[in-house]
Design a binder for this molecule. Structure first.
Ligand SMILES: [Mg+2]
Length: 242
């Protein structure tokens, strides 16, 4: 039988967290609105879209500096904010302003962590079918544990962060730690994430079965082999129910 998986149907599922299970971009946007200062009061609706996009998408890749140990988590966050602000306001974002902004951001963001609507129904099915699941994320364990709990996903017990094996996706070592904890062979473990390179390709290269969750329907030519637009489509990869 050719099910597309040479080794047989997947026996377990690992997920990315941010913008896969938890709507981080939405939480960031809501937070930026909530803590906006005078310097941003003149922004139009379109400006807001662009300002939030600049912050969340991080075109200067400050988050990579954090993953590579060249910036702290707070430093990358402040640099992203400074970059996003630069196009919209001349109000200084000096060290004192940045520190105040960061405090407000940090205390506000967790209130906006939400799971996407398609997460709990999928986890319910996986539980019913005794299919183990967990997460591998490019952030530290404790921060992501608190995020999952805030988002109502305490049921996810297996969580691998970058501090588990001192590696970040797409390093095969972090995927290997995920399958070790899940107890399933890599070749029979799905990895589902919103980033086609770090998640889908990274998982494939580490010997798992990578799946790109393309919620926005971007679909690019030459993209990952397996693409879904909603988490419920994960079920198509699992053994048929008899
Ligand atoms: Mg992600």
């Amino acid at each position: 039988m050719d099910n597309g998986f040479g080794a047989g149907y997947p026996l377990g599922v690992l997920f990315d967290i941010d913008d896969t299970l938890v709507d981080l971009e939405g939480a960031m946007g809501a937070t930026l609105h909530e803590i906006a200062d005078e310097g941003l009061s003149h922004l139009s609706d379109d400006d807001w879209i662009e300002y939030k996009r600049l912050y969340a998408r991080d075109p200067e890749r400050h988050y990579d500096s954090f993953l590579q140990g060249r910036a702290t988590f707070t430093e990358q966050r402040i640099k992203r904010a400074a970059h996003a602000r630069a196009g919209f306001t001349s109000v200084p974002f000096d060290a004192e302003a940045a520190a105040g902004w960061n405090r407000a951001y940090e205390s506000t963001l967790p209130h906006h962590f939400r799971a996407y609507d398609d997460v709990v129904p999928l986890l319910d099915v996986l539980d019913e079918r005794n299919i183990p699941y967990g997460v591998i994320s490019n952030n530290v364990h404790d921060y992501q544990r608190a995020k999952l709990d805030r988002a109502g996903l305490s049921r996810i017990r297996i969580l691998v962060g970058i501090d588990a094996v001192e590696a970040a996706k797409p390093d095969p070592a972090i995927f290997a730690e995920g399958v070790r904890l899940l107890g399933t062979p890599a070749a029979r473990t799905l990895y589902v994430g919103d980033n086609p390179v770090l998640d889908a390709r990274g998982a494939d290269d580490a010997g798992l079965v990578g799946v790109w969750l393309d919620r926005a329907g971007v679909e690019t030519a030459g993209g990952p082999q397996r693409r879904i637009s909603t988490l419920s489509s994960v079920l198509q990869f699992l053994p048929p129910v008899r």
